[in-house]
Design a protein. Structure first.
Length: 226
């Protein structure tokens, strides 16, 4: 049992480190020699990179951050598969029960890592792209449905933050409708609330009618909402 618990703990820590990988920060440093945390909104996420560096870097950061979430969940599936073949899972462990819980925990740690990166003094982004990757790895139908909500809102409003918040609200609904395990539903609730919390300054600007649309700059460039 001790070996199995140690493996689970390692998976959780690796998920946090994967989430912490500072894609936006590294991209901005390599391409422009700037600290992305000192530009635009101060976020290291794809939206701020898009506003600051342009479409290409923004798309690159979006893809890599999404892939971080996919890897975090894939790690858990890999762990259970290897541990089962090596007889490392104790007989008392119900795989069908514990696997969804470990997936949920690693997913939440990956989200936390992206927004509170250990490599950036516990600063980071809004965790939207990483959350999407996690959802796609958890259940691709939920992930695509959430992406569709985001796409509809972005097509109508042209506001990334509003679209991200709409997607966050939709996740636990899709989890329930698609009959996902309880731990995954709880991930949808907790992860969605966290993403919304990370957008609190965006919400203030939305209510004030000052949130920029795609292609627009922030009304005040020194506003920090990382």
């Amino acid at each position: 049992m001790a070996i199995w618990l140690s493996l689970c703990a390692v998976a959780v820590m690796v998920a946090y480190l994967l989430g912490s990988f500072p894609t936006g920060y590294i991209t901005a440093k390599q391409l422009k020699g700037i600290d992305i945390r000192e530009a635009g909104s101060g976020s290291t996420g794809a939206t701020n990179v898009l506003r600051t560096l342009g479409r290409g870097p923004g798309v690159l950061v979006l893809i890599v951050d999404c892939f971080k979430g996919i890897l975090a969940i894939a790690l858990v599936y890999w762990l259970f598969a290897v541990a089962a073949t090596q007889n490392l899972i104790p007989p008392t462990v119900d795989i069908q029960f514990w696997q969804p819980w470990l997936i949920t925990l690693t997913g939440l740690l990956a989200i936390l890592g992206h927004s509170k990166s250990i490599f950036l003094g516990f600063s980071g982004g809004k965790s939207v792209a990483t959350s999407l990757g996690i959802l796609l790895a958890m259940n691709w139908q939920v992930g695509l449905a959430t992406l569709a909500v985001f796409a509809v809102f972005i097509a109508i409003s042209r506001i990334v933050s509003l679209s991200s918040i709409a997607g966050a609200v939709a996740v636990p609904i899709f989890m329930g409708v698609m009959d996902q395990p309880l731990p995954h539903i709880l991930f949808g609730v907790a992860g969605g609330l966290y993403v919304i919390f990370r957008h609190r300054t965006n919400i203030e600007r939305l209510l004030a009618g000052k949130e920029p649309k795609i292609g627009q700059k922030l009304p005040t460039e020194n506003t920090t909402d990382s």
